[in-house]
Ligand binder design. Structure first.
Ligand code: SF4
Length: 100
C-alpha cells in the first residue's frame, strides 16, 4: 500500500479550459483518473470560466481507477508524476497512462 506522501503529482496539464488549470499547471488538491478501459481521463476536469483550486501549483492524483495501467497500485497512481493533455480520447487525457 502507498502512503499519502507518495501521491503522484500532476506535473503538467495543457487543458487550459479547465477551471483548475492556470498556466499549464493543475491547482486541484487531488484529481481522479477515471473513464472506460483504454480511455484514462481526468474526471476532475470541469470547463468553467472561473478559476479554482489551491494556490500551490502542483495538483496531485487522489485516485486512479485504471487497473490496466502499469503505474496503478491498489487503485492509486504509483508514477512519480503524470501529465494531462488532449490526445483525443477524453476531454482531458492522462498522457502517462501505459497499458500493462
Ligand atoms: S489535471 Fe484535471 S483538474 Fe487538473 S487542470 Fe488538468 S483537467 Fe483540470
Amino acid at each position: 500500500m502507498m502512503t499519502l506522501d507518495e501521491m503522484s503529482k500532476v506535473s503538467e496539464c495543457s487543458v487550459t479550459g479547465c477551471a483548475y488549470n492556470q498556466a499549464d499547471a493543475c491547482h486541484a488538491g487531488a484529481v481522479t483518473i477515471a473513464g472506460p478501459a483504454g480511455q484514462a481521463g481526468c474526471a476532475t476536469f470541469i470547463p468553467l470560466t472561473i478559476k479554482g483550486g489551491f494556490d500551490q501549483s502542483a495538483g496531485a492524483v487522489g485516485a486512479c481507477q485504471h487497473l490496466e495501467c502499469t503505474h496503478n497500485s491498489d487503485l492509486e497512481c504509483a508514477a512519480p508524476a503524470i501529465q494531462v493533455g488532449l490526445r483525443g480520447s477524453t476531454s482531458a487525457d492522462c498522457l502517462t497512462f501505459a497499458a500493462v
